[in-house]
Design a binder for this molecule. Structure first.
Ligand SMILES: Cc1cc2nc3c(=O)[nH]c(=O)nc-3n(C[C@H](O)[C@H](O)[C@H](O)COP(=O)(O)OP(=O)(O)OC[C@H]3O[C@@H](n4cnc5c(N)ncnc54)[C@H](O)[C@@H]3O)c2cc1C
Length: 459
């Protein structure tokens, strides 16, 4: 351990408490959780109030984010603050849980300490890694600047600005070809995120904005959903997937299946050797796990997932657990569990209980069992699909189930109430209540300077 690191270690003294430092090794058992998403937060809550356990939750952001509704922020249905909640506020009543805002960049498994970017070391007895996943551009990181993915609030704000500004720029554009490019929106990836994004952009263009411009007709906007596989929503049954395609087409989305993206550039997207000019491109195609597997020095899957045992313990790293989108856990049939909020949430609940029992009573926990609450996706106004065992729903009923499930899972009564009211308003009026573009956005500055979005230099 280097001198510098030694000096920056948060030494376990009572005076450290205001900084959220772990208590002395001789005192309570120190559990460090990295990540305040679904997995990390539910683990922390499960350990809340446990006497004899001191929990430190570290996240690089100060808020827990409800990612399933990000696309609604990106398409101006709801405002960013309505799907995020400060982690500190959520855990304020769990007196044995401290929250630290900081970016973890390594783990010293020998010394049992987590390393933060600023050199601080946080010692642990038990470590829980729940750092989630990020976008993967299939070996083309250069595509990211033209086709942002949707993972954080900043991503959603940026995409919202691009979508809204494309219409603003088109209104000012005289050249028909340039205008057509500005009014073409390409969504790459036909999974739930891509389907939801494409349907929501169609709703925005064909309804919410339809009367607001004078030189352009937003209803003429071209929305493309590009998928390499033979069908969209590939994890759903064929009939639900076909229904989703028909619904998208009814909304005015052009669905291109069996079209692998060959290039993404400032000009647009190239598929089947042909460039489709598009000013706004959204990436919803691939994800890879956060680099926590590298911190641990363990072998991971190709997408960086950390293999875990039935109790979510990282194989070959005693005292370390991984869950959620970071982990590769298997269902009872041996298939890997999907990267879903409900998986991370159930794993977090399990791990909180299991660690409490193991640390306080020495009990060996039963293996984790995932109970699916169904596969859900929304396509647009009044239209969704739900698959739960043999139960299949589509149309309005599925849309309703999706809405109720998502409102229920939102953290905080205020968020639930506001989001429900926003949806009710959007449902009845077809309007979008969160259409403001921030002047700080780089795309606004570029437009003012005369550069249309899509030709905007990345931040
Ligand atoms: C657009 C979108 C739509 C989705 N829709 C659905 C849906 O409808 N239904 C569903 O079930 N699932 C959905 N998901 C998936 C779901 O959101 C994830 O499966 C879930 O968030 C995984 O939880 P997690 O705790 O593993 O990771 P996350 O929720 O991603 O949390 C990871 C946390 O770790 C923190 N972190 C990461 N690295 C570091 C670091 N180095 N240092 C400190 N902190 C760090 C992050 O800031 C973050 O807070 C969607 C995901 C996206 C992106």
């Amino acid at each position: 351990m280097s001198e510098t690191l030694h000096r920056t270690t948060l030494e376990p003294t009572p005076r450290d408490e205001p900084h959220g430092a772990p208590p002395p090794a001789a005192g309570p058992h120190r559990v460090v959780i990295v990540g305040g998403g679904f997995g990390g937060l539910t683990t922390a809550r499960g350990l809340g109030g446990a006497e004899g356990i001191a929990v430190t939750l570290i996240d690089r952001r100060n808020h827990h984010l409800f990612q399933p509704l990000l696309y609604q922020v990106a398409t101006a249905v709801i405002a960013p603050g309505e799907i995020a909640e400060p982690i500190r506020a959520i855990l304020r009543w769990d007196r044995n849980v401290s929250v630290l805002m900081g970016e973890v960049e390594g783990v010293d498994t020998e010394e049992r300490a987590v390393r933060l970017r600023d050199g601080t070391r946080i010692p642990y007895d038990t470590l829980v890694l729940a750092t989630g996943a990020t976008h993967s551009y299939f070996g083309h990181p250069e595509w990211e600047r033209y086709a942002p993915g949707l993972k954080t609030l900043d991503d959603a704000r940026r995409i919202r600005a691009r979508v809204l500004l494309a219409f603003e720029a088109a209104e000012r554009e005289d050249d028909p070809a340039a205008r057509e490019r500005l009014m073409t929106f390409a969504v790459i990836g036909g999974g739930p995120t891509g389907v939801e994004m494409a349907g929501a952009i169609a709703g925005l263009a064909h309804h919410a904005l339809s009367q607001d411009f004078r030189r352009i007709d937003p209803k003429q906007a071209r929305i493309l959903l590009i998928e390499a596989a033979p069908r969209v929503l590939g994890t759903f049954t064929e009939d639900l997937s076909a229904y989703a395609r028909r619904s998208l087409e009814r909304l005015g989305v052009t669905v291109l299946t069996e079209h692998a993206v060959e290039d993404v550039s400032e000009e647009g997207v190239t598929v089947a050797g042909k460039l489709i000019p598009a000013a706004t491109i959204v990436w919803g195609a691939g994800v890879r796990a956060s680099p926590a597997g590298e911190w641990l020095g363990v072998e991971t899957t190709r997408q960086g997932h950390v293999p875990v045992g039935p109790d979510l313990a990282v194989i070959g790293r005693p005292g370390v657990y991984a869950l959620g989108d970071l982990a590769m856990a298997k269902a009872e049939d041996g298939k890997p569990l999907p990267g879903l909020a409900q998986v991370a949430d159930q794993q977090g609940r399990y791990l909180g209980r299991a660690l409490r029992d193991r640390i306080l009573h020495g009990t060996v926990p039963k293996p984790f069992r995932f109970r699916s609450r169904g596969n859900l996706a929304i396509i647009g106004h009044n239209s969704g699909v739900v698959q739960w065992d043999r139960v299949k729903l589509k149309g309005f009923l599925a849309w309703l189930v999706w809405g109720v499930a998502h409102v229920y899972l939102l953290v905080g009564f205020h968020n639930r109430l506001v989001v429900t009211l926003r949806w009710l308003w959007a449902y009845l009026s077809f309007q979008r209540g969160a259409r403001l573009i921030s002047e700080r956005d780089e795309a606004v500055m570029a437009l003012i300077r005369g550069t249309p979005p899509g030709r905007i230099p990345p931040p």
